[in-house]
Ligand binder design. Sequence first.
Ligand code: CU
Length: 222
Amino acid sequence: MLYSLVFVNAANHLGTPIMPATLSAFRPVNVRLLCAVLIAAAVVFGTAFTPAIAQDQAAESAIGGRFMLENHNGKIVLDQDFLGKYMLITFGYTYCPDVCPTNLVNMSTALEQLGDKADQIAPIFVTVDPERDTAERLLDYVKNFDERLIGLTGPQEMIDSIKSRYKVFSEIHRPQGWKNGDYTVDHTASIYLMSKEGKFLVKFAHGMDPVEMAKRISDFME
Ligand SMILES: [Cu+2]
C-alpha cells in the first residue's frame, strides 16, 4: 500500500496526471474498468491500423510518451529523466527463456559497437511481469548483460500505461500441470529507439543483427 501511495503522491506532485486511473489504483472495480478500456483499445487498434503507409506512420509517430516507473535500484523515474539521451527500450520479463535474453545480448552488443557514442544512449528493459519482476530481481537480471542497462518495473497500472503508450501487448499463459501456478508471457519483442526529446525514431525487429542495429542508431545521431 505504501508503495502505491508513493506513486499516487508522485503523480499528484507532477501536477499533470500521467493517467487518470492512477488515483483509483488498486480498487478492483476500476481495475476491471481499465482492463475493459485496454481490451477495447486493443480491438480498435487491431482493426483500425490497415497496412496503408500513412496510417502506419501515424501510428508509429504516436509511440512513446510519459511514464513513471521504478528502476532496478528502487528509485522512481520519469520519462523526463531520460530527456537528452536516446532511449533504446524493450519490453519483456526476467523469466523469459529466450526472446528477452536474445534482445538484451543484442542491445549490449550494439552498445559495444557504438563505443563512445553509446554514452548518449539509455538502454532500458521494462518488465511486462511486475508481479514477479521486483526491482531487486531486475537488478540481479540486468547485471547479466550490460552494466548500463536499466531495468524498470512498477505497479501493474503503470506498466499497463507504458505498454499502451508503446503499443506493446503481452499475454500470460499458464500451461496445465505447471507447479506453483508458474506461467510464461508472450510479448511484443521489438526494440524501440527514441530521440533525445522522447520522440519515436525507429523500431528494430527481434533478432536483428546487432552490428546493423548499431549502424542504424549511429545514423540517427548528430
Ligand atoms: Cu521475453
